[in-house]
Design a binder for this molecule. Structure first.
Ligand SMILES: [Zn+2]
Ligand SMILES: [Zn+2]
Length: 126
């Protein structure tokens, strides 16, 4: 039980990581680091880092204004056009998650998040 909670709580900060390495058992710590890194990635991946889970991004073409201003170099007159990139919507569907808000599909996320537990059991840390 102590091992399980230790493995769970530990390595969530760099201080814990370095303390663990200094304490010895580099091999186990190395393995745990790999597992924790995977967990960390899964946690980060569960919410799309591009749109932060909203599923859309501010249009980079019009910067969220929905229109483009063109200046005629000769007459110096400016005209506004509806932004062709977002069709005047001011935002576009997130290219990373395709509007899903998650950077990985749910089934994939579940699979990778279960893997670390299996590995923990394999090395007797579960
Ligand atoms: Zn736009
Ligand atoms: Zn996204």
């Amino acid at each position: 039980m102590a091992n399980a909670s230790g493995a769970h709580v530990g390595l969530s900060s760099t201080e814990h990581v370095s303390a663990g390495i200094l304490g010895g058992s580099v091999g186990v710590i190395g393995t745990l680091l790999g597992i924790e890194w995977k967990k960390y990635n899964v946690r980060q991946a569960s919410e799309c880092c591009y749109c932060r889970g909203s599923g859309h991004l501010v249009c980079g073409q019009c910067l969220g204004t929905g229109e483009l201003t063109l200046v005629n170099a000769v007459t110096n007159k400016s005209i506004s056009l509806g932004c062709p990139t977002c069709s005047g919507m001011t935002y576009i569907t997130c290219i990373n998650c395709k509007g899903d808000g998650r950077s990985v599909p749910n089934f994939l996320n579940r699979k990778t998040s279960r893997d670390p537990e299996d590995e923990l059991e394999e090395i007797g840390m579960g």
